[in-house]
Write a protein that binds this ligand. Sequence first.
Ligand code: ADP
Ligand code: MG
Length: 337
Amino acid sequence: MNERHIIDHIAALTDQKDARLIKGIGDDCAVVAKDGRLVWLLTMDTLIEGVHFDPAFHPPEKLGRKAVSVNVSDIGAMGGRPVFALLAVGMPKTFDPSWFQAFAKGLADGCREYGCLLIGGDTVASPQGFNCTLTVIGEAMTDRVIFRSGARPGDIVWVSGQLGLAAAGLELLRRQLDGAGDGFGPLLAKHLDPIARVDLGRILSESGVVHAMMDLSDGLATDLAHLCKQSGVGARIAAWDLPIPPVLIEAARLTGADPEQWAVSGGEDYELLFTAPAEAHDRLLELGRQCGLALTPIGAVVEGEGVVLLKRRDDGAYEECEIAYRGFDHFREQAGG
Ligand code: ADP
Ligand code: MG
């Protein structure tokens, strides 16, 4: 059983019916009717020591902010804004108070920056390492919420920012190569302290041209497969259109990695992945400029299922690889997962 099977199993066993419930398990947030005009958006994410962060190189203040950003990112991915948060922390009995105080400062700063109030939580001892779970509650206009399920054949697939940066930053930090090259700062920051694209998400939702949207937490290959499955469509992505900056290529050369692999399968970029009709092209480029973010068309939505990556070979021919769910999975089986 991998992560997807576990979630599907829980979803199949539990009731998802309530007149107020607009969307339960399966999107970036649960969506619950608040009044006719507004909905509540609810999301939760956990950071575990040794899985999501390594205290040897993750400054606690940045980790605290990251705990907020990764949650708020799911609110932004549906076009909403964060309002409230609840924090559960599990602390080893021997925790270092100054480490925790720095974490708490980062968390409080993050809540302030994104405009949400921490209104409760839970505090427990953890037998091994530090962990925290944040629940964020946001709100959005009922008729502006963007789901994963709205993609239609003929839509263009877009991403914000650049891909693979967080995976590259993590690899540099793990190998203690973070000081090895000029300009690695954005790669390191993307892993240590990502920025949630809340303003962009809201502007895209208000534009009315976006059909489907989600944030990129598990990598393009897995997240686009989720979006396609929810929409009942497939997608074809052009490898040569992926937004890969030169600094990523330099980091890949230094570590012996494949930059395209980072861009396709690397998780934690927290950029927005969305689809829109071809006519919206110029409008979307303009909206990206307004937010100071590059928006890049990387492929198309097609009828059918699956996610195909098109590559151009040296002899000019095209190669097609099926990449659905080739991103991060907490429980990937070693063979055929
Ligand atoms: P994201 O990467 O956007 O945070 P996830 O892949 O973690 O989304 O989760 C996908 C969907 O499954 C979401 O709707 C989430 O709320 C739901 N989900 C994940 N884990 C569980 C669980 N243990 N129980 C119920 N729902 C879950
Ligand atoms: Mg998400």
